[in-house]
Design a protein around this ligand. Structure first.
Ligand code: COA
Length: 371
């Protein structure tokens, strides 16, 4: 008898599809995006260049960056009825759910919704990247009964995004660090949300539907929601010693510590976390306040010692966002905004070379019963 095929819990190590977008090369400790190492890229490009790389398949020259910045400014008109709908949401709604609602609503305004050609998909992806920062920030303001804020077109894409989130024009250092965080979050192979988006797109459903599913996936604390949970944990105490004690207690209770571990990196450091840690060091030095840095380092040392686990990007992104004065409820929506470029690239690729996802199961239920 042939051996029964084994299911893999959580699809661990299963190769689910072919892609030319990105690959986590854990042997070389590289995150390859379109053949470039993301960590190396952080020294040369910003988030807007990454958008060009993922949609146009090459790094842009200076002129192309300028024209893309302009395109993103020109395409940021938003249907006014979207604000009316968002205003109707209960105040307790998490901004992630508001973001999901907004994406669903936008589908209705797309005249060529069912055109899944590369050209149509790329066009709507650019529009989404242009509008999502404003939608995300304003859904938060509307939920909190505040007036909506408008784009400052004199600012760069990232500076304007941060301005929308905080209501103040950022310093050069803050702009650089925020842009870096968007770049680090932009694309990361096949996490749960990207897989979700591709599974939905494989039915030839539209880009908004695929992104809506991705928001729902990203919201979970085991995925994108971790950055908000990390911050809540850091705010529970205010010294490195107390933070260590807090984590020790959680480990004793067999609880997971948010911001540590990763399915693919497993017991290795997420290379993005190191870059984000450096950003936290820069920000702490500039502010003359290293409280979160010292607490995070204490947590990092403890987790390495006790569990052999290392921080992921969310661990260091959380205190960085907090120090940039961003409300905690917006941490995961920002992750989604930055990941939209990667998600859209995957949806475009899926539609371009599609085969419906339809896996099988290993049945463990009651055997066939005769009546
Ligand atoms: N805190 C404590 N223990 C952890 C842990 C964490 N953050 N992450 C993994 N572990 C432990 C598990 O308890 C398990 O231990 P055991 O074998 O003794 O039972 C082992 O490591 C394997 O964990 P598992 O949850 O099976 O790994 P996974 O590959 O399914 O999970 C994550 C990956 C990311 C879901 C997991 O590391 C996690 O929950 N991390 C916290 C949430 C987070 O930061 N998410 C963002 C990811 S980028």
């Amino acid at each position: 008898m042939p051996a029964e095929p084994l299911s893999k819990a959580g699809l661990q190590d299963v190769i689910a599809l072919d892609t030319a977008i990105s690959y986590l090369d854990t042997d070389r400790e590289q995150i390859l995006i379109k053949g470039f190492d993301l960590i190396e890229l952080t020294q040369h490009i910003g988030y807007v260049e990454m958008i060009h790389l993922l949609f146009e398949h090459q790094l842009p020259n200076t002129e192309q960056v300028k024209s893309l910045e302009q395109r993103l400014k020109d395409q940021c008109d938003i249907p006014t009825s979207l604000w009316t709908i968002l205003q109707e949401l209960p105040q307790e709604t998490h901004p992630m759910d508001a973001q999901r609602t907004a994406l669903s609503v936008l589908a209705g305004f797309d005249q060529s919704l069912h055109d899944c050609s590369v050209q149509a998909n790329t066009h709507r992806a650019y529009r989404l990247l242009a509008t999502l920062p404003m939608i995300t920030a304003n859904s938060y303001y509307l939920l909190n009964g505040k007036p909506i804020i408008v784009t400052d077109s004199s600012l760069s894409y990232s500076a304007n995004f941060l301005y929308l989130l905080t209501g103040r024009v950022p310093s050069k250092l803050e702009e650089r660090i925020f842009d870096l965080s968007l770049l680090l979050y932009s694309e990361h192979e096949l996490p749960n949300s990207t897989f979700t988006a591709r599974v939905i797109a494989s039915t030839l459903s539209d880009m908004y539907g695929a992104l809506t599913g991705a928001v729902a996936s990203l919201k979970g604390p085991l995925h994108g929601g971790a950055n908000e949970e990390v911050m809540k944990l850091l705010l529970k105490v205010n010294t490195p010693e107390a933070f260590e004690e807090l984590l020790q207690e959680k480990l004793r209770q067999k609880e997971k510590i948010m911001g540590f571990g990763h399915r693919v990196y497993a017991k290795k450091m997420d290379p993005r976390a190191l870059i984000m840690k450096r950003a936290l060091i820069d920000l702490s030095n500039q502010r003359g306040d290293d409280q979160f840095l010292r607490m995070c380092e204490a947590g990092e040392n403890l987790m390495e010692r006790e569990k052999g686990l290392y921080p992921n990007l969310d661990y260091y992104a959380a205190p960085v966002y907090y120090m940039l004065d961003i409300p905690i409820d917006l941490f995961t929506p920002i992750f989604f905004c930055s990941r939209t470029v990667g998600l859209c690239a995957h949806i475009i690729e899926q539609h371009q070379n599609n085969r419906l996802f339809r896996p099988r199961v290993q049945y463990k239920g009651t055997p066939y019963q005769f009546i």
